[in-house]
Design a protein around this ligand. Structure first.
Ligand SMILES: NC(=O)C1=CN([C@@H]2O[C@H](COP(=O)(O)OP(=O)(O)OC[C@H]3O[C@@H](n4cnc5c(N)ncnc54)[C@H](OP(=O)(O)O)[C@@H]3O)[C@@H](O)[C@H]2O)C=CC1
Ligand SMILES: O=C1O[C@H](COP(=O)(O)O)[C@@H](O)[C@H](O)[C@H]1O
Length: 516
């Protein structure tokens, strides 16, 4: 390989042994595979699920002679109608530029129409799947069936019941049936537990993949490597050195056509309770014994269970001006589109360190990042404090990057200091490498039987335990969002809270991603 050149692997076989997959039940990773997208007529299916499947197909992870894809929903459309609906979303990224692949992929898709709560449609679906399996000479019960629920959670229970009643592998000949469920998984602790029990009665935990697509993002997956494969960070990653941690999600657009859905949930349920909290776990957890899914998830649960109750004075809520103009949003909606919440972890490593989770829609930029701010230098002789603190920043999107803000000598004759950065910008460092979409990676994991990047039931429960009291107070109108201007930083009160929590902003310093 010449310098600076990185190769994209086809069907990656080079895998560090320590990234052991937890397919200990011997379930096959090859053979006849049916992927069933339930809710195929919907938004997620066209924007994320089918494009991810197409990317897996064109990279050789889904083999034509093994796989068939079924779309299922109530809408009465033909196979070709579905293909035409999703086509534009598959062609969008033409970096591979192979339209022949696209045509072949589309031919793998079949559509079945039916309701979500009656056997008729699911019997028909099962018949289609079985015919596909038969055509591949698969022995009954030996094939793989992956059901992806791209549906509102309200229909998860009937759909799971129908799958169990009508569409399982017919015998236990080594094949498997797995289901993938999307967030929001419930609305609070009670509803989530009810949903978990309903699904848990039908499927075993190893069959259930609760997807949180932030766990599929490249730099989120990098967290464990950064933390535990670098000697540099091991002694620094604690309350002695770290002053505060921010985990931030910003979008520069509003709810755009999803107002009806969003208003029922709000920003805490939509982003913070799941995506940002999962990231927090990876930042704060202890080193797992091994890189096995259960070891990692055990450590995540411990962090979640160590989070103290949220204090009202450590929450700022916002709602952007114009949010209620959406006809699907009630005129008097109390739903926050912005929130800053401070979590405090009561353990030896993190006592006293605020974890500031911030998320907002219709803000001034689109960005997701983790910002670890270090304490001031003791016995400071260079007036470093004036320059700003050390910060370690992991930018999840856009333009993936990891950078460290450092104080250095200003180049020149004078002995003065300035803040600069050590910068690992992915676009520059890994030129020509296509970073996989989160959904692509996670769907591949479901096929491989790797639950490492999926949320376990007890993890979910612990996550809801943290946020349910605050959510109930918001739902009851006891906590009100502050109005903010779309395109702004959100309510000024959020910045004041940040300051009170100890965050020191470096004035005059802005990191600019390097361009090629
Ligand atoms: N869209 C996105 O960007 C994201 C979505 N998600 C989650 O993914 C899941 C699917 O989301 P999305 O595709 O946006 O949802 P949609 O509202 O587009 O619903 C998907 C399909 O479900 C069916 N459906 C819709 N409402 C109902 C209902 N009340 N009862 C029964 N069936 C219904 C419709 O199909 P038909 O009428 O043809 O049966 C629809 O095409 C949700 O859980 C969502 O929270 C998660 C992350 C991002
Ligand atoms: O789950 C969701 O995520 C998207 C943001 O995802 P990203 O990968 O683009 O950061 C958000 O827009 C949506 O409201 C939420 O449901």
């Amino acid at each position: 390989m010449s310098t600076g050149e990185w190769l994209l692997e086809k069907r990656s076989s080079l895998r560090n042994d320590s990234f052991a997959r937890d397919n200990e039940n011997g379930a096959p990773e090859t053979g006849c595979l049916s992927i069933i997208v339930l809710g195929a007529s919907g938004d997620l299916a066209k924007k994320k699920t089918f494009p991810a499947l197409f990317n897996l197909y064109r990279q050789g992870f889904l083999l034509e002679h093994e796989v068939h894809i079924f779309g299922y929903a109530r809408t009465k459309i033909s196979d070709d109608d579905l293909r035409n609906r999703i086509r534009g979303y598959l062609e969008k990224d033409d970096s591979y530029g192979i339209s022949e692949d696209l045509l072949k992929f589309l031919q793998l898709i079949k559509y079945v129409s039916g309701s979500y709560d009656s056997e008729e449609g699911f019997r028909l679906l099962d018949k289609e799947i079985s015919e596909h399996e038969l055509s591949k000479n698969s022995i009954e019960g030996s094939s793989r069936r992956l059901f992806y629920l791209a549906l509102p959670p309200s229909v998860y229970p009937p759909v799971c019941r129908m799958i169990k009643q009508c569409c399982m592998n017919k015998s236990d000949l080594g094949g498997w049936t797995r289901i993938v469920v999307e967030k929001p998984f419930g609305k609070d602790l009670e509803s989530s537990e009810t949903l978990s029990s309903q699904i848990g009665e039908l499927f075993e935990e190893p069959q259930i993949y609760r997807i949180d697509h932030y766990l599929g993002k490249e730099l989120v997956q990098n967290m464990l490597v950064l933390r535990f494969a670098n000697r540099l960070f091991l002694p620094l990653w604690n309350r002695d050195n770290i002053d505060n941690v921010q985990i931030v999600f910003r979008e520069d657009f509003g709810t755009e056509g999803r107002g009806g859905y969003f208003d029922e949930y709000g920003i805490i349920r939509d982003i913070i309770q799941n995506h940002l909290l999962q990231v927090l776990c990876l930042v704060a957890m202890e080193k797992p014994i091994l890189l096995k899914p259960e070891h990692i998830r055990d450590e995540k649960v411990k962090v979640l269970q160590s989070v103290l109750p949220i204090k009202d004075e450590e929450v700022v809520l916002g709602q952007y001006d114009g949010y209620r103009d959406d006809p699907t949003v009630p005129d008097r909606s109390n739903t926050p589109t912005f929130a800053t919440v401070i979590l405090r972890i009561h353990n030896e490593r993190w006592e006293g360190v605020p974890f500031i989770l911030k998320a907002g829609k219709a803000l001034n930029s689109r960005k997701a990042e983790i910002r670890v701010q270090f304490k001031d230098v003791p016995g400071d002789i260079f007036k470093c404090k004036k320059q700003g603190r050390n910060e370690f920043v992991i930018r999840l999107q856009p333009s993936e990057a990891i950078y460290m803000k450092l104080t250095v000598k200003q180049p020149g004759l004078e002995m003065s200091t300035v803040q600069s950065e050590l910068d690992l910008s992915y676009g520059q460092r890994y030129q020509g490498v296509a970073i996989p979409e989160a959904y692509e990676r996670l769907i591949l994991d479901t096929i491989r039987g790797d639950q490492q990047h999926f949320v376990r039931r007890d993890e979910l429960k612990a996550a809801w335990e943290i946020f349910t009291p605050v959510l109930h107070r918001i739902d009851n109108g006891e906590m009100k969002p502050i109005l903010y201007k779309p395109g702004s930083r959100g309510p000024a009160e959020a910045d004041q809270l940040l300051e009170r929590a100890g965050y020191v902003q470096t004035h005059g310093y802005i990191w600019i991603p390097p361009t090629l």
